[in-house]
Design a protein around this ligand. Structure first.
Ligand SMILES: N[C@@H](CCC(=O)N[C@@H](CS)C(=O)NCC(=O)O)C(=O)O
Length: 203
């Protein structure tokens, strides 16, 4: 049995960690905790007392928060996905926290109110507000990505994986005003590991 257990269905933020695990070629056990009550059992609450996914167990370590899990897995298993200098590590944290604090909520709101909720429950005002909130953030990314294929430079790293996975719903969004962001997002999702996890999520 694999040492690493990864909890959470692909149609949740566990998508991000499944992508990282596949990108790193890890041997792991996938425990597809969903929202059918399996996230509220006493056993699962021992893993994450908030009943949220994703979470992992890796030997003695129990960890939740999708992007922290990815930073941990990438640093532990390396294979070029984790930056090799202190400065690039700091940039990786910057982009990961940017994803969690600046993008996650507006992208979630936009996705729910344009794609996920049944049409009668969608509120176009919330979707429009989310796009307004996102505009300066996408413009910041556009600047950062101008003239370079990935956030830290020539190579795909966990910084890209973290941000691109937070931006999953934007695959259906209009990114024509930020062509460098669009090109980068498409490049990230062309990766075999991303395609595999999309298949798990969109089946
Ligand atoms: N910031 C957390 C958010 C985790 C989260 O909210 N997960 C959702 C699924 S995408 C969840 O488990 N919701 C169930 C609940 O809130 O009861 C992360 O990135 O891991």
């Amino acid at each position: 049995m694999a040492d690493l257990k990864l909890y959470g269905v692909a149609a949740s933020r566990a998508f991000r960690c499944l992508w990282a695990a596949k990108e790193l070629g890890l041997d792991y056990e996938h425990v597809p905790i969903g929202f059918d009550g399996s996230n509220r059992t006493p056993e699962y609450l021992q893993v994450n007392p908030m009943g949220k996914v994703p979470a992992i167990r890796d030997g003695d370590l129990t960890l939740w928060e999708s992007l922290a899990i990815n930073l941990y897995l990438a640093k532990k298993h390396g294979k070029g996905l984790y930056p090799s200098t202190l400065e690039d590590e700091a940039r990786t944290w910057q982009w990961s926290f940017f994803g969690a604090t600046e993008l996650d909520k507006p992208i979630g709101d936009w996705g729910r109110h344009t794609l996920v909720l049944p049409p009668e429950k969608r509120d176009p005002t919330i979707a429009a507000q989310a796009l307004q909130d996102l505009a300066p953030k996408l413009a910041t990314m556009e600047q950062a990505l101008a003239g370079r294929p990935y956030l830290l430079g020539p190579a795909f790293t966990i910084a890209d994986l973290n941000l691109a996975s937070v931006m999953y719903r934007m695959l259906w969004g209009d990114l024509s005003r930020t062509p460098a962001v669009k090109g980068w997002l498409d490049r990230c999702y062309e990766r075999p590991a991303a395609k595999e996890v999309r298949k798990m999520r969109e089946k």
